[in-house]
Design a protein around this ligand. Sequence first.
Ligand code: ATP
Length: 520
Amino acid sequence: MVIRPPLALELIGITKRYGSFTANDSIDVRVEAGEVHVLLGENGAGKSTLLNTVYGHQRPDSGSILVNGREVAFASPADALAAGIGMVHQHFSLVDSFTVAQNVVLGDEPARGGLLQSAAAERAVQATADRVGWDFDVRRPVGELAVSGQQRVEILKLLHRGARILLLDEPTALLSPTEIDGLLETLDGLRASGCSIVLVTHKLREVTAIADHVTVIRHGQVRQVLGRGEFDEGVLAAAMTGRDRVEPAAVGAPAGGAVTAPRAVAPAGDVLLELSGVSARSDAGTPALQDLSLHVRAGEIVGLAGVEGNGQHELVEAIAGLRPVQSGRIALGGTDVTGWSPRRVRATGLGVVPADRRGWGVVPEMTLVENLALNEVAAGRDRRGGVLQWRAMRRRAQQLVSDYDIRPGNLDATAGSLSGGNMQKLVLARELSAGPRVVVASSPTWGLDVGAVEAVHDRIRAVRDAGTAVLLSSLDLDEVLALADRVLVIYRGRITLDVPRAELRDDGFALAMIGGSVAA
Ligand SMILES: Nc1ncnc2c1ncn2[C@@H]1O[C@H](COP(=O)(O)OP(=O)(O)OP(=O)(O)O)[C@@H](O)[C@H]1O
């Protein structure tokens, strides 16, 4: 008789309702010790709900959670951590000026002589890093690490507190391709050391690279469980959508390498967005944009590539009037808008898809109708004789919800109740649909499932074809290559490469992103 070790984590019949809506409907998931188990599903399928339930953020309405064969009930994330479960969030909670060791022990300092600086803490953290084979200098300030290094510190924090089961909700959504490879290597090492990993990702290439098992969730229910050898990208895409086998490209998958050729004809429209010698500071007061100049013409998509932290966010904010400009000039449609308020800049016909949708993309407490009408309201186009045109606003919202496939499409639900991907669709619907002259978009498809990615790419191409000037900043190079007519590279707040997509050489492109100088 073979005696099997207990499962690391077993979810049995987990059900979670929000009012009359069932987000998780009797979900079973079996996670073995030392495996990477992917939860896959379209936007709104119920993946984050499930992770939040397992991590003690919320109680399930029914169902059981077993850790190493023993039933548990968590009232908070602290309970989950005490049982050996840790969750890595998309946004880090690290103190840049603290060392790796200080960050790891923060809030959990050694009991005696428990100062953050203690050598004992350093030794203990080093031992944890050594245990998983990470070559870390734990005395280095976290602010000096790349994003992937910081993500490792977040994971180290959990391991140091005894976590052996890690939950990761879209950890690669805002990482560059090299950083994604780094994270996959990290996960592989953790698996080899016996940790179990539950991973939510929309990128099918990552799933095929790393998953031992995939549980496919559709409309809150488990539809399929697939083991290694039983899936490729086509099978996964089909399982997610419920269609017969489809090639991922057919549902849109930049990760699968579906790169659309740029338009053959060079755009010849007027310059609608122009930055001349713009300098601006980061939140920390350091130079973020340095004498930066660029332009985007009507009917052109300009892709902005660069490693995270080279000024992309500050650039988008400066154009939107959200970040003061030290020197230089920003013009929209030929009008100098430097120093204008965000509201006034927008009124010139600017659409903005921000990197942080929860920050200023949506107002979570407001309904879908209200969020979709924000631009109209701000521009005073929503009223007649001073009276809000609710009926027209609802009609328009209904149309946008259907066009952009925002689910569930209850117009009176708050934006905050939407899943991450559907919230992103809401922002895109509002910003792309108002007939903007210029669109500035930061990672527009982050968190979207493969089908939604292609739909959004089509919409961005459509606004371009209608004569809009589009500046698209993305960490996903496949996305830049799929959409851009011209590619810029931003490095340390300066544009270091500016070349038509058709003339782009891959090696030069990659080199420019890390500061190398090349002839395109
Ligand atoms: N607090 C809430 N109140 C009401 N409905 C909610 C709430 N949280 C989530 N939902 C709904 O539950 C469903 C599942 O959401 P969830 O965030 O789990 O999806 P997801 O699979 O993680 O999607 P995504 O890939 O877009 O992140 C969605 O329809 C969402 O609107």
